[in-house]
Design a protein around this ligand. Structure first.
Ligand code: NAD
Length: 277
């Protein structure tokens, strides 16, 4: 019995383990059946080096010390979860390729040349990447495309999002992804129909427009609603995030799904079996 538990268990490593997502991931991995947390690292010089990851993350001691050797994490793990920074993620992708490991990338803001490095590494590693790792948000994107295609231009599409007061950009990246999905469902490009930031004497709504509204306040983690409004009825698709654990849950699910897959680049749509945007 113990032997089979050993061989069936996916060994997971964390890079950037002391970060906000790193600690959330530690909690998620330890709470998920079928995987085990085996190694963790941080950038050299980080204050958390030498500490027990479980103690740091408020989980109680796990007997897992945070080191500064990313290569050792890739040697010890079958899959590594990476929510760090673009330059670090590129280095981790090279290590994943060299070791033939799974790399789940949540890091955002990669430049095109950094993204190309991930593609190069994916010839020898399984790389799953998603700018939003929430299962619910990825489902919402796929549903939005499908509903937009079914309802057609008689239904006016408006996308409303709300985030905490510290967010500096608007509309959110997820709102724009929803807009792209809605536009794709109608067979148009978002940039040609997007209506952002209405104010003052705007004139009547343009036919076929996809409108955006951004609300900011308090500590809202993230809420998105896609409204399809027609004379006499309205369809609304909504997702509400209340905790960052949803991103960790998606990442762990991606790692478990990736086990045994051939080298290549994948995203959450692949993991969930959803049609591509
Ligand atoms: P954070 O700053 O709290 O954590 C990042 C951690 O990575 C830090 O502890 C940092 O020291 C560590 N790090 C940097 N370089 C490293 C290296 N070379 N080796 C090891 N560790 C290294 O940030 P966060 O809020 O946890 O977010 C991290 C990234 O994840 C950001 O890019 C953020 O946008 C992204 N993110 C993505 C999703 C998603 O669903 N895809 C969700 C939340 C955050």
């Amino acid at each position: 019995m113990e032997f089979w538990r050993e061989v069936c268990m996916l060994r997971i490593g964390l890079v950037g383990a002391a970060g906000r997502m790193g600690q959330t991931l530690a909690a998620e991995v330890t709470a998920t059946a079928g995987c085990a947390l085996v190694a963790a690292c941080e950038r050299p010089g980080h204050a958390a080096l030498g500490q027990d990851l479980g103690t740091l993350a408020g989980l109680g001691a796990l007997g897992l010390t945070i080191g500064d050797d990313a290569a050792a994490v890739f040697r010890a793990a079958d899959a590594v979860l990476d929510f760090t920074a673009p330059a670090a993620t590129v280095a981790h992708a090279r290590l994943a390729a060299a070791a033939g490991r799974i790399l789940v990338v949540g890091t955002t803001g990669l430049k095109p040349e950094e993204d190309a490095e991930l593609s190069a590494a994916a010839t020898r590693a399984v790389i799953v990447q998603a700018p939003n790792m929430s299962v619910g948000v990825n489902l919402l994107v796929a549903l939005t495309r499908r509903v937009a295609a079914i309802l057609g231009t008689e239904y006016d599409i408006e996308i409303v999002e709300m985030h905490h007061k510290h967010k500096v950009d608007a509309p959110s990246g997820t709102a724009l992804a929803l807009g792209r999905a809605a536009a794709a469902g109608r067979g148009v490009v978002l940039e040609s129909v997007a209506d952002r930031g209405r104010d003052g004497l705007t004139g009547a709504r343009k036919a076929g427009a996809i409108g955006f509204a951004a609300l900011r306040g308090g500590d809202v983690v993230g809420e998105h609603t896609v409204i399809f409004a027609a004379p006499g009825e309205r369809v609304e698709l909504t997702h509400k995030a209340t905790a960052r654990g949803i991103f960790a849950r998606g990442a762990v699910r991606a790692a478990l799904w990736a086990h045994g897959k051939p080298a290549g680049r994948y995203d959450l749509a692949d993991v969930l079996g959803l049609p591509r945007e």
